[in-house]
Each structure stands twice: as structure tokens, then as C-alpha cells.
Design a protein around this ligand. Structure first.
Ligand code: ANZ
Ligand code: ZN
Length: 849
């Protein structure tokens, strides 16, 4: 990339950033209508990347536009500052996670500031500070009182590399989302939040989130996983208790071939006590990976317990009970009835253990030869009183019969689980709990909050949780009885912090525990939230849940945190490999003829796919370098103009150069331009009217485009306006005055996109008021109506000519002008005009014979 100094972006950007230092201050007591625009806050990893630049540039356009439109805009920024990388850095670089984090925040704040973003830094938060996390410790205590938080011993997803528990959401294809390690099952005592109690509300309110991308709502719906089925209670032969199973397909009961229990099902564990083989089987299958995908793929294994259960509808029919590896303990009841003809897992199991396969649903209405499980719809067969019914009717009938027999009932189930929030890590918010031998589990009293992290004597050398190894910190006195006690050494999952930070921003300076409800209720929901699609189920679902939980402990009346959501696309770039297949840093690649070479080593390199900029593919570019070479405004213009925000943006050097050349061209034009008079709008020429029309049309269109997030289109319209300005032939002083007027409109429209540049041009044009203090332009309607239209002239229904005229033209004049056209005169020569039909402002249709 070449460095070109033609427009002094560096001076201009510094100048305006300094001048705006106190401009974007949020006033919580203002009675202007509020507008809350929020971009997902970054993890302070050390440097900003292109994704940040794009995300924050988009948010800045909205914030600056809304400010100009007279809203009281809340546009804050902060740091999602707890997390594992800080601990890993502590181990590798021998620094304290806090020091490392603070340093990164400092560095990234400078980088963010260089983009020229309109944040109110007075509202800045960092989640790793006690000033922030003490509030969430209080929420947790309130959740406990309300029964929203609870402790239980469960099998958890254990990441053996990161040495921590992961939520189901953090396990991707059986592996830890960060470490990539195969996840193990481990029994641990941990703290949970009752997300499952909110499943129905989380689901049903998706419908009200009309300004969310439907793809995100769909992903949440799938994650919540509501199903309607039945609970069936099987009588167990020789025992007085019943086996409860959950099924979504009660209509297939006549095809039941066996029942199966999860290895950790209480009945499995009970039977294992007297059965060493079963015990061994359970042991083996408790260690396996836990995710649905992993289980679906794994070979089906079972252990026949010897127990039999009675079929609810068929007299004297008994089904064997297996313990099976594909049944999960934490879904439904942890037990199933299996219908091999219609469930692929059951089918594989029945084949392996030679169990009957009876078809009960058929697409063609009669029994067929089944090569695999038939999972489609159809009619009931082999099913006694259900025969001939549709599957839907049979489902209702089967449930009605079960209810009558007192052997079951309709039941709704959700896939979503409670959120396990305990992590065995140092760099997180301490969970405010103390364990006392006499009193048991004791919440830390509110007056003792915050529970802070120990600063000194923390060792990251040993394996396991440094808090667990920190005797001074761990040992304490019981707040109840005063005897020796120990602290909870787990810290919160870092999604805890990001689940409520948007509340904190409404009341960022408050030091009392919690936040002021009236402020939260006034400024929430976030009017516009912007972030990556990768948060569709994790953060965005937790934040929705947390908001409802805060409501239920009386903190707020808000029920949904984010009114409108934009998930921006990724920034992609081409990637390169050398002849040995190693990735090559894209910034070191040069084009030579039709080949690519590594500028350093001169060896040939080979273009790979265009994909998301990433460290591993070495195809990332540093926003800091781009800004240093071209300025923030060029970077912003390119990022915003090339594709719609929700689509991926492919990096292109020539696109960046194009943005740079454009800004330089208008820069020169404005700097060479001079005007001394005031515009007089009497006796406007056709050209003047046309330019005024374009300018006012631009205001309309750009306003609408920004509102609809068609930011690339907004940029295109602004460029059209500048073309019209540059191409205008100046013939008089009043022409100059007009250009000055339209250039002013141009500057305001451009301001949200390239703020420093627009502010500077505005000043060059001689305006005294600062551009950031100027309102969004109003459309002058009179210039929109008196503009040109194109009239189509038809002869006997065929288009023969067009002409330009004023929209205010009368019907008579429109007809007269059409008939006077040379083309039309020639066409109707010697004919008689029978009739002329005029559609004002559109068509003149001449009937001639
Ligand atoms: C009988 C049956 C017949 C089933 C049939 C399916 C097809 P979804 O729809 O994903 O919610 N199931 C229930 N609890 C389970 C558990 N803890 N572990 C593994 N599988 C479990 O899945 C519901 C179905 O998954 C239920 O309906 C049950 O099998 C199984 F032709 O019951 B079905
Ligand atoms: Zn005690």
C-alpha cells in the first residue's frame, strides 16, 4: 500500500478528536426522547481487530445520526474484562492478570479513540473492578433468596486443558470452545441459575422481538427446544414404583419394543448396587462425552437390567428395561420407551440387541419393509384403537387413553437447561458464599460485599484453581457463628458480567449496591444493539434471562433488554500459503504479474480461500496500521460503503484506495471553492432547481437508509450528491452561493460516516458553528415538488418519444408540449389526431389514424 499525503488526515483527526472530548456527554436528566445505542463491548485482549472497527463504525453512524436528530443518546463503551486469556497470559508472561488486563484496556482505549467514536467515556466500565462486580454479587444473593440461584451436584462438562467446567453452550461438537479439548464428564458441586423456569417466557417473547433478525430468533427457539408430548408411567413387574418416561411420540406406543434408562438414572444406580457388571457399565458410560451430537454418533451400547415393565395398552405384554448410553439424564425424565421402527437411535439399538421392530406409522397406509427408521408422517397401523388415524390425531387419543388409565398425561418439555455459573478460575467474580461446618452454606452478608480477589500470594504455577490454593484468602470466619469457615473458591462464568452490563451503563457511577431502577426503566431497552451472530444463543439468551431474573427480584420493570438487534457480518480476506502449506502473513504478500510473492523471502505464495480474518490463517490486517496510513475516515468510509452491515465484508486494498481517492477529490474541490454571497432562491434556473432537488432527495434517502441500516446505500447516495455538486457548471455568484448551501447539506449527511473529515470541510466552508452541534437537515419540500419529471409520449399505445419537464406542469401544457415534439410531429404527419389522453406527470397517449 502506498502512502499518499495529499489530505492531512492525521492533523485533522487529532484536532477534531480533541475538540469532541467533551461533546458526547450523556445527560440522564435530559427530557429529550432517549436513544440507547450499544455495541457489544470487547474483551481486552490487547489490540482491536477489523471486526471491532466494523462493529463500532456502524454503531457510531447510528449514534451520531440520532444525536443530530435531537435524541438524548446513550452511547457507552466498556470492557468485558474477566476471562481465561488473562490467566494464560499470567502463566506465560509472569504478570498478574489484573496488570495484563489494565494494560490492554489502556492500549485499546487509545486505539478506539483513534477511530473517532462518539462514546461518552464518563460511563466507561470494566467488569473486573469491584465497583462493577459487587453489584452482581448482590444480584446473586437476591437470586438465592428468590430461588433463582441454587446449588446442586451434577455431572458437568469438564475441560481437561483449561481445567474448568463449561456450560453446554460452550461445548462445540464435544470439544471445549476455547481449548478444543475433548470434554469429559465429571461430578461437581456447582451453582446454577434457573433458566429452565423462564423457558416459556424466553420462547413466547421472541415473537415480540420484531426488530431482531429472524435467524437469531430461530436459533434461540431451537435452543430452547420446546416439545409437546407425554409423560408415561410404566408399571414395573415385581415392584411398587413406576418408571416414568418422557416421549414426544406417544402415538407410537404400540411399536414400543423396550425401555431404556440413562446410566445416571436413580434406578440404574440402585440396580448397580447389587450388580458389578452393571456398575462397570455405568462407570464406563459416565465418562463419555455428553453432547447430543457426540451421543448420536457414538455406537449404541446397552445393558439388560432384567427388569420388565407392563405395556400401558396391551394386556400381558411386557417390555425389557435396558440401561443405554444414548439416554441423557438431564433431559425429560432420563428414561425412554423405544420405538425402533420410528427412531434411528432405537433402530440401531434394536438391530444390535435383536429386539422387535414393529412399524406403527406408515406413509402409504400399510406396513412396509423398513430398511431404516421411518421418521415421516403418516397413518397409524398395527395399533389397535389408533389404526387409520393420522399421527396428530393418534397422539391426542393416546394421551387421552393414558390419562383415563391413570398411566400418563400430556407434558411440555424444554431442551434448555439451567445455567451452571461456577468456574474453577481465579480471574472472575468471586461467588459470595461461605461454607461453615456448623451452619452449612452461608451467603456473604450484603454489608460485607464486595468479596474481592486476593492480589498478593496468588500462584498460577500450580494446577487447579489459584483461589483453592490460596489459604489466606480461602480461610475466613463464618458470618453466622464466627467459627472457622472457608470461602467458595469458584468464580462466575464471565457471561455473568455481560448479562447485565447494559443496566450498569444507565447508572454507571452509582456506588450503592444494585442500580437505580428509575434510570434503568427510563433508558432500557437498548434501542439498537449491534454485535456478532456468534452470540445468537450464548450472550443474547443469557442477557434476556438475566433481565427477567432482575425483574423478579424487583430491580427493574424491563422484561426484554434489546429492542432492535443488528448482527453484523464478518470481515473477510484472502489467505495465502507457501509451497510447504504454511500460512503466510497476508500483509507480507505482494502481487507480481499474475503471481503472488512473499515480499520478505521472495518465494512464491499461493492464494487460498477468502475467509474470516483470523490469527490462525494469518489473513488479518491491523486497523491501527490502516488508520496510520490512510486515516480513520478513509477506513470508516471503506468499511461502511462496500457491503450492507449484516453481510460479510471482503477486504480489498483497491476498495480502500478508492475511498481514499474519493475523499481527496472532494477535499480539493472544497478547498478550491470560494463563495461570498448569500443564496437567493428567486428565479431559479432549471439547473439550480435540479441540484436543489437532488440535495433534498438525498436528505430523504440518506435519512431512510440509515434508519434501515442500508449504510452502504446511504454512502452511495452521498457520493451521488457530491457528483452532482462537482459536475455543476458554475455561471454566476448565485450558483456559487447555491453550491455552498448544498455542500453544507453534504457535510452534515457525511458527518456520521467520516466525522473528522466532514467537520473540517464544514469549517473550510466558513461555517462558524461546530458541525457536531448542527442538527440533521430538514427537507425543504418546495424543492422536491418543483423538479423535473420525464413524460412518456405514446402514439397508438407505442412509446415514441420522451421529454423532461417540471412536475408542476399543467395538463394542457403537458399535452401541448408532447404534440409539439419533432418526433411526434413526424410520426403523426398526415394523420388525424382523434384523442389525447394525459396522465399528469407521466404519460401523454395520442390516438391518431
Ligand atoms: C418414543 C419415541 C418414538 C420417540 C419415536 C421418538 C420417536 P426431541 O423431539 O428431540 O425432544 N428421549 C426422551 N428423553 C430422552 C433422554 N433423556 N435421552 C435421550 N432421548 C430421550 O426428543 C424427544 C424424544 O427423544 C422422545 O420421544 C424420546 O423418544 C427421546 F418413534 O419417545 B421418543
Ligand atoms: Zn457458622
Amino acid at each position: 500500500m502506498t502512502e499518499n499525503k495529499s489530505y492531512p488526515f492525521s492533523d485533522i483527526e487529532k484536532k477534531w478528536q480533541k475538540s469532541w472530548q467533551n461533546s458526547y456527554r450523556f445527560d440522564s436528566s435530559s427530557d429529550k426522547e432517549k436513544y440507547y445505542v450499544l455495541e457489544m463491548f470487547p474483551y481486552p485482549s490487547g489490540n482491536i481487530h477489523m471486526g471491532h472497527l466494523r462493529n463500532y463504525a456502524i454503531g457510531d453512524v447510528i449514534a451520531r445520526t440520532k444525536t443530530k436528530q435531537g435524541y438524548n443518546v446513550l452511547h457507552p463503551m466498556g470492557w468485558d474484562a474477566f476471562g481465561l486469556p488473562a490467566e494464560n497470559a499470567a502463566i506465560e508472561k509472569k504478570t498478574h492478570p489484573q496488570k495484563w488486563t489494565e494494560q490492554n484496556i489502556k492500549n485499546m482505549k487509545v486505539q478506539l479513540s483513534s477511530i473517532g467514536l462518539s462514546y461518552d467515556w464518563d460511563q466507561e466500565i470494566a467488569t473486573c473492578t469491584p465497583e462493577y462486580f459487587k453489584h452482581e454479587q448482590k444480584f446473586f444473593l437476591d437470586f438465592l433468596k428468590k430461588g433463582i440461584a441454587y446449588q446442586k451436584e451434577t455431572y458437568v462438562n469438564w475441560d481437561p486443558v483449561d481445567q474448568t467446567v463449561l456450560a453446554n453452550e460452550q461445548v462445540v461438537e464435544g470439544r471445549g470452545w476455547r481449548s478444543g479439548a475433548l470434554i469429559e464428564r465429571k461430578k461437581l458441586n456447582g451453582w446454577f441459575l434457573k433458566v429452565s423456569d423462564y423457558a416459556e417466557e424466553l420462547l413466547s417473547e421472541l415473537e415480540n422481538l420484531k426488530e431482531w433478525p429472524t435467524s437469531v430468533s430461530a436459533m434461540q427457539e431451537k435452543w430452547i427446544g420446546k416439545s409437546t408430548g407425554a409423560l408415561v408411567k410404566f408399571d414395573i413387574s415385581g415392584r411398587s414404583d413406576k418408571l416414568e418416561i418422557y416421549t414426544t411420540r406417544p402415538e407410537t406406543l404400540f411399536g414400543a419394543s423396550f425401555c431404556a434408562l440413562a446410566p445416571q438414572h436413580p434406578l440404574s444406580l440402585e440396580l448397580a448396587k447389587g450388580n458389578a457388571d452393571l456398575h462397570a457399565f455405568i462407570e464406563e458410560h459416565s465418562r463419555n462425552t455428553s453432547t447430543q451430537e457426540a451421543i448420536d454418533k457414538a455406537p449404541k451400547e446397552g445393558f439388560d437390567t432384567g427388569l420388565k415393565v407392563a405395556h400401558p395398552f396391551i394386556k400381558d405384554k411386557f417390555l425389557p428395561v435396558y440401561v443405554a448410553n444414548f439416554v441423557l439424564m438431564d433431559y425429560g425424565t432420563g428414561a425412554i420407551f423405544a420405538c425402533p421402527a420410528h427412531d434411528p437411535r432405537d433402530f440401531a439399538f434394536a438391530k444390535k440387541y435383536n429386539l422387535p421392530i414393529t412399524q406403527v406409522v406408515s406413509g402409504i397406509g400399510t406396513e412396509e419393509e423398513l430398511e431404516e427408521a421411518y421418521t415421516g408422517d403418516g397413518q397409524l397401523v398395527n395399533s389397535d384403537f389408533l389404526n387409520g388415524m393420522s399421527a396428530a390425531d393418534a397422539k391426542l387419543e393416546a394421551i387421552a387413553r393414558l390419562e383415563k388409565l391413570n398411566l400418563g398425561e400430556a407434558k411440555v418439555n424444554y431442551k434448555i437447561r439451567d445455567w451452571g455459573v461456577s468456574r474453577q478460575r481465579y480471574w472472575g467474580c468471586p461467588i459470595p458464599i461461605i461454607y461453615c461446618d456448623s451452619c452449612g452454606t452461608v451467603p456473604v452478608p450484603e454489608k460485607d460485599l464486595p468479596v474481592e480477589l486476593p492480589q498478593k500470594g496468588v500462584s498460577f504455577e500450580q494446577t487447579g484453581n489459584p483461589l483453592e490454593n490460596h489459604e489466606d484468602w480461602k480461610n475466613c470466619k463464618c458470618p453466622n457463628c464466627g467459627k472457622d469457615a472457608v470461602r467458595e473458591t469458584d468464580t462466575f462464568d464471565t457471561f455473568f458480567e455481560s448479562s447485565w452490563y447494559f443496566f450498569r451503563f444507565c447508572d454507571a457511577q452509582n456506588s450503592e449496591l444494585g442500580f437505580a431502577a428509575e434510570k434503568a426503566n427510563k433508558f432500557l431497552p437498548v434501542d439498537q444493539y449491534i454485535g456478532g451472530i456468534e452470540h445468537a444463543v450464548l450472550h443474547l439468551l443469557y442477557a434476556r434471562f438475566f433481565t427477567k431474573a432482575l425483574r423478579d427480584i424487583g430491580m427493574t420493570s424491563v422484561t426484554e433488554p434489546f429492542k432492535r438487534l443488528l448482527t453484523q457480518g464478518m470481515v473477510t480476506n484472502i489467505s495465502f500459503k507457501n509451497k510447504d502449506g504454511a500460512w503466510v502473513e497476508v500483509s507480507e504478500v505482494e502481487k507480481q504479474g499474475d503471481k503472488y510473492i512473499n515480499a520478505k523471502t521472495k518465494e512464491e505464495v499461493f492464494a487460498q480461500r477468502v475467509e474470516k480474518m483470523s490469527k490462525s490463517k494469518k489473513n488479518g490486517l491491523s486497523p491501527v496500521d490502516i488508520i496510520a496510513n490512510y486515516g480513520a475516515d478513509t477506513a470508516r468510509l471503506f468499511m461502511l460503503s462496500d457491503s450492507p452491515p449484516e453481510k460479510d465484508l471482503e477486504w480489498s486494498d483497491s476498495g480502500l484506495e478508492g475511498a481514499w481517492r474519493y475523499l481527496n477529490k472532494i477535499w480539493r474541490f472544497v478547498n478550491d471553492f470560494e463563495n461570498t454571497t448569500k443564496f437567493d432562491d428567486k428565479n431559479l434556473s432549471k439547473e439550480q432547481k435540479e441540484l436543489l432537488f437532488i440535495a433534498n432527495q438525498s436528505i430523504n434517502n440518506v435519512t431512510e437508509d440509515i434508519e434501515k441500516f442500508h449504510l452502504n446505500r446511504a454512502v452511495a447516495r452521498i457520493r451521488e450528491l457530491s457528483n452532482a455538486i462537482v459536475n455543476f457548471k458554475i455561471n454566476s455568484d448565485n450558483d456559487k452561493a447555491l453550491i455552498a448551501k448544498v455542500l453544507n447539506i453534504y457535510c452534515i449527511l457525511l458527518f456520521p460516516i467520516t466525522p473528522h473529515y466532514a467537520a473540517e470541510l464544514w469549517e473550510v466552508l466558513g461555517n462558524e458553528e461546530r458541525l457536531d452541534e448542527v442538527s440533521w437537515p430538514e427537507v425543504e419540500k418546495k424543492y422536491l415538488t418543483s423538479s423535473n419529471v420525464t413524460i412518456a409520449v405514446q402514439v397508438n399505445g407505442k412509446l415514441r418519444a420522451t421529454f423532461e419537464t417540471d412536475t408542476s406542469i399543467s395538463k394542457e401544457d403537458q399535452e401541448k408540449q408532447a404534440l409539439a415534439l419533432n418526433d411526434i410531429q413526424n410520426r403523426i404527419k398526415g394523420q388525424e389526431v382523434k384523442k389525447v389522453i394525459v396522465v399528469p406527470g407521466k404519460i401523454v397517449n395520442i390516438v391518431a389514424v
